[in-house]
Design a protein around this ligand. Sequence first.
Ligand SMILES: [Fe+2]
Length: 215
Amino acid sequence: MQWPEPCVFTVDLDAGRMAGPVHRYRKRLCDLQGLYADEAAFAALLAQQGQEVVYEVTDHRPSGEPGDLITGVTRMAPGKVGDEYFMTRGHMHAVADRPELYFGLKGHGLMVMESADGQTRTVEMAPQVVCYVPPLWIHRSVNTGTQDLVMLFCYPADAGQDYGIIERSNGLRTRIVDDGQGGWRIQANPGYAGRSAAQVLMLQGLLRQGGEAQP
Ligand SMILES: [Fe+2]
């Protein structure tokens, strides 16, 4: 019998990476067209720093089995496009009833979450803060600090990512912008289109099935 092999990883806080047998991907500014509200500011920044890595992920993917776990580290650079802080594209899990756990390691930022029916939650992330992202919540991280935001994450190996759910609603309901005093504030996204009643019902149905499985 060949048992799955335990793995040990170390986190390099300076580099914001998990070291070991990991998979890695990077998002540069030039990969994030259409994400930010201020298109002119994005174009100007793109011309200067288009190849700058905005965020990167190193993770361990032992398998794609439902009972397995993907564990990794995300690092996001500090910065803004116009007055909007650097952020990840954000997603709901493709298998939508899969949750995720984030643990703050370095820097300060936010976990912005949105339900299918447009409820929003914003959690401040900092070292030693744990954020549980429940099933069916869209999630995006935002760096509101002046240094790298580094977080450990863990989620079911079969979860996958659905980025289209944000694109189809013209972004999330809220944007995170500089408050002019070195902090942040939530700004409504005027282009937000929401989701259809049918899609909300479909996702609610997934949640009810999960709820019935509880003791
Ligand atoms: Fe996720």
